[in-house]
Design a protein around this ligand. Sequence first.
Ligand SMILES: [Fe+2]
Ligand SMILES: [Fe+2]
Length: 491
Amino acid sequence: MPQAAAVPAPQPAPHGGLATGDEREVMRRGRDFLFAFATCLRSLQLYPMENQTVGKSLAEMEAIVGDLLALEEELSVRYVGNFFFVNDVRLRVDLASYATFGAVGRALARHGIGHFDFFRGVQRAEWTAFLSVLLTEPAAEDAFDVFSERLNRSAVLHVAVGPSLESDAPHDDDDAKRLAKRTYAQSVAVAREVMTGMRMGRGVSLRPVKRAVQSIVDQVLSNETSLVGLTTLRDYDEYTFTHCVNVCIFSVALGKKLGFDKHQLYELGLGALLHDVGKIRMPHEVVNKAGPLTADEARGMQEHPTEGMLVMFGMRGLTEVPLRAMLLAYEHHMKTDQTGYPRSVRPRAPTLFSRIVAVADGFDAATTKRSYQSQPWPPDKVLREMRDNPGRGFDPLVVKAFVSMTGIYPVGSVVILDTFEMAVVAAPNPRPELLHQPVVKIIYDSLGVPVDPPRTVDLSELDPATGKPLRTVIKTTDPERYGINVGDYFV
Ligand SMILES: [Fe+2]
Ligand SMILES: [Fe+2]
């Protein structure tokens, strides 16, 4: 019997089942928005910020934005092939709108922007900042990346941008690296904004966090090495935020190794990014203390898992309460032997999600320089300790998966080779039986002369004459001793 032609499944109406009437409403107001947006752009081009015309056009746009955000919590304005879509509803172009839409489209396209989204809570100052950045001269190269960097610097919390589709897919290694860098920088910015916002008692939307996690999951699935490499940047002035992002990246990569599907990775990533959110309720001086904590301070800090769970109750939109993330925040310092904190009255085993985040968290915390005084451990030593010391309370199977993911010498380790060359580990060996032979970048030759640019070699490469590896790791070393900033080799 011939195969019946596939009948297309009924498509859900865009954005949560909007009725056609609502769609029309979005279309009408979306069109008004674009007109108002274009007027703002034009008036800002002609007049200074304080000018009355500018103020009036901004006020008009704000009113329209208010109406739109009453209909939908979040609005996405997408520009594809000369058409505008507002929350997936295509706006009709007619004679009256043709020139206006074109002007807005060009303003976005010259920065490589494919869409911008705004959320409830957006303030006028954010619009003016967004419009001003839009009016700056686009960079000759990587226009979109430069634009997002400029936007990140301007403390715009409720407007986010995405690249146009043509510039989104990585074409080569350099593109993949650039994309990874962008994802990393944006995620750190989101973590910073959300945590600072909540600390100051502002209502914070989870949407930007969800977006950041989605990009991390996409990146880990398509090109894991680039993103994992960036975890070595470890800027201690930004420790709290880079730590959240690093734990998220490690957890997602670990989840991938353990066979999680995309949705599970996303849930895991969301919880991982928010795992330390309870620290916003801890005294600032203690969280950022350079030296060791007093017994009292340490006891106080042990409340952060419980506080983290409670903080999440307060996140906006009760339907969005991320149950898994709450459990994860609560459990991430529990050890497999029931010690750790918070202490449980009845015996309980932390969930697999929590055990994964515990490993990612332990690794990142131990390998990061957290203050001007403390010295991080070399990554391979941390892994050995996590694997061989049951007192640390990590799930041995998860640690094993972590080691097979990162290699015995994780990305970012600085190693001395038997050739007396010094190298930075760039990627684990893809073959699990060769975990001790990663791919490295040689940064100093045997005489101690810098190799610039660093030479990438695979340590499993054999000498054809002897059949033995050309190079072998003798030991790891402390990058600080040589004034090496490992992150420099991954940007
Ligand atoms: Fe923690
Ligand atoms: Fe942590």
